[in-house]
Structures are given as structure tokens and as C-alpha cells.
Ligand binder design. Structure first.
Ligand SMILES: Cc1cc2nc3c(=O)[nH]c(=O)nc-3n(C[C@H](O)[C@H](O)[C@H](O)COP(=O)(O)O)c2cc1C
Length: 314
């Protein structure tokens, strides 16, 4: 499965584990990288010290490249960016803000930059900005989402050729979906939810089991009307939140209601009052496996699907 993304990052398979606040740490990132993909430590809501410790941990567990997800609006983003540069992490992905001003600083430190983009306009801007690759992320994914689906992004963005690798994300949770993204012209995939259900992921067992038992219609999006959509599983928290949102609660009130709920669900296992962030492809998210088994199955299924595709006659 060698292609320009694998060559650029020095990885075996074109699979990146999405950065996930309160869910992806150094242990998970290293396990994904050891399995031939590229893992990412999520830094949203974390202290600079925690980020440094997790980088050190990941380095002790793997000699393969791994990345950091930088939340550009985080109050400590400058300090975390300094740690990334000092530690010479292989690459960053970026969310929540304009990544362009960060590219030069990162490149000077030898760190590659992979912004996450939600539409064609930004994809074009990022491709011309000197970024090393980009992720087009559809609204089927878990956590904060945009407005376009992954299929629409694949159609609209990859209608044109790009000088940098383009990864697809959002609702891609198995080898068949990965094969579809590659057939549409993507160079690789970023998966978040699939890696929540791994033995190395630090997410609480209760939360993992809720995801294992969930079916397609169990997902809901909170905050969509206020341009701060988060995809998660229905529970007492989403009921309260959506009632407030539908009754016209102001943005500040909704932000207050959402604060801390990611940590409550993913770290503390409060699956009723926390935000159980996960993507929509819930019926294939049904077993907890080591990262190595997850990646090997995804690759085998993607290869089988691509072989089958060549036999389809129209
Ligand atoms: C629990 C969770 C937390 C997430 N946190 C972040 C984050 O902090 N920063 C970010 O850029 N993306 C975040 N994401 C998005 C993922 O990196 C990834 O793009 C997304 O999960 C892809 O869709 P999928 O869940 O269907 O695989 C998060 C996703 C989940 C499920």
C-alpha cells in the first residue's frame, strides 16, 4: 500500500489515527504507529506538562513517526507548539483555527503540518500554503464537525488534483470505507472512532462498551444550530442540551452546558452526563481489539474490497 502519503510520513499504511481530546494519548499513538499507521496525541484541554510527558512516553514505546493534534484556539497553544518543536515530533494536525501562520515555525523545526479542512475553498487555500498534506473531514465523524459529508467532500475536493496528499475522514471505520475513499482519489484515511475501541485507548471501559452496543440511529449532533456541532451518542446530557438548544438558549449557555462533558464521558466513564463523542458508522464499531489487529483487518478488508471493485462491470 505504498503511496505519496506513506513516503512523506515514513509509514507502512496510509492510515492516521485522528487526534482525540481526552481520548488519544502517547500509549495509543505509539500503538497505532507500531502497527504501521501514524498515531496522534490529542492535546485539547491538556496542560503543556501532560503533552510533554505523553510525547516522552510515546517515544519510549515506538521508534516510528507519530503526531500531535494542535487545537489552535487553546489558551496554551504557543507553549504546546514550542514543546512540539523542541521534541521534533514528526507532524501536527490542526483544528479550530487558521493553520497557515504556524507552517513556517513548524517547518523550521522539521515538523510536518497536516491541517484538517471542511470545504473546497479551504482545501485550495491549504494546498497553496506550503502545508505537507491535508485531511478533508466529513460531518459523519465523531467530535466537532463541519457541515459537509465525507462523500460530498471526496466528490467536490478531489475533482481536482492536489500537489499534496489528501486524507479523508468522517465515518470511515473499516476497510471497505477506506477502499472507497482511495477509489475516490484520497491518498489515505484518518480514523478516530475506530481507535476508541482498542485495548490501548485510555477511554473508560463503560464508554467503550456503550459504543460497542450502539446502532446507527443512536447518534445525535449537539450545538449544530449555533455552529458548534458535536457528534455524540444520545443520553441524558444530549437530551438536556438539545431541549435547551431547541428552546433558543444563547450560545454562552450552551457552551457552559457542554464544558467538561468530553472529559466526563471519555475519561471518567459518565455515559449519562458526559458527551460520548463518536462517529456515525456505529454498526461496524463493535469490538475492542489491539491496534495491530485493527489495522491488519482494515488493510486486509481494504485490499479485498479493491480487488472486488476491479471485477464490477457496469
Ligand atoms: C472522542 C473524539 C475526540 C476528538 N477530538 C478531536 C480533537 O481534539 N481535535 C481534532 O482535530 N479532532 C478531534 N476529533 C476528530 C478526529 O480526529 C477524527 O477526525 C474523526 O474522529 C474522524 O471521524 P470518525 O470518528 O468517524 O473516524 C475527535 C473525535 C472523537 C471521536
Amino acid at each position: 500500500m505504498k503511496n505519496r502519503l506513506c513516503e512523506m510520513l515514513g509509514i507502512r499504511y496510509p492510515i492516521i489515527q485522528g487526534g482525540m481530546a481526552w481520548s488519544s494519548d502517547g500509549t495509543l499513538a505509539a500503538a497505532v504507529s507500531n502497527a504501521g499507521g501514524a498515531g496522534i496525541i490529542g492535546t485539547g484541554g491538556r496542560t503543556t506538562e501532560w503533552v510533554k510527558e505523553e510525547i516522552t512516553k510515546a517515544k519510549s514505546l515506538t521508534d516510528k513517526p507519530f503526531g500531535i493534534n494542535l487545537m489552535l484556539m487553546a489558551p496554551n497553544v504557543n507553549e504546546i507548539a514550542d514543546v512540539v518543536c523542541e521534541e521534533k515530533v514528526a507532524f501536527i494536525t490542526t483544528g479550530a483555527g487558521n493553520p497557515v501562520p504556524w507552517i513556517e515555525k513548524m517547518h523550521k523545526a522539521g515538523v510536518k503540518v497536516i491541517p484538517v479542512v471542511p470545504n473546497v475553498k479551504l482545501a485550495k487555500r491549504i494546498a497553496a500554503s506550503g502545508a505537507d498534506a491535508m485531511v478533508i473531514e466529513g460531518m459523519e465523524g465523531g467530535g466537532h464537525i463541519g457541515t459537509m459529508t465525507c462523500m460530498a467532500l471526496l466528490s467536490n475536493v478531489l475533482k481536482d488534483k492536489y500537489p499534496i496528499p489528501v486524507l479523508a475522514a468522517g465515518g470511515i471505520a473499516d476497510g471497505r470505507a477506506m477502499a472507497a475513499a482511495l477509489l475516490m482519489g484520497a491518498d489515505g484515511v484518518q480514523m478516530g472512532s475506530r481507535f476508541l475501541l482498542t485495548t490501548e485507548c485510555p477511554v473508560h471501559e463503560k464508554t467503550k462498551n456503550m459504543i460497542v452496543n450502539a446502532t446507527d440511529t443512536d447518534c445525535v449532533v449537539t450545538g449544530y444550530s449555533r455552529n458548534m456541532g458535536v457528534r455524540c451518542l444520545k443520553n441524558a446530557f444530549t437530551q438536556r442540551y438539545l431541549e435547551a438548544e431547541i428552546s433558543g438558549a444563547p450560545k454562552e449557555k450552551l457552551m457552559e452546558m457542554g464544558t467538561g462533558t468530553n472529559r466526563m464521558a471519555m475519561k471518567e466513564g459518565d455515559i449519562e452526563n458526559g458527551s460520548v463523542m463518536v462517529g456515525e458508522s456505529l454498526n461496524v464499531l463493535n469490538e475492542i481489539l489491539p491496534c495491530k489487529d485493527v489495522i491488519e483487518k482494515i488493510v486486509a478488508d481494504a485490499k479485498a474490497t479493491l480487488e472486488k471493485a476491479s471485477l464490477i462491470a457496469l
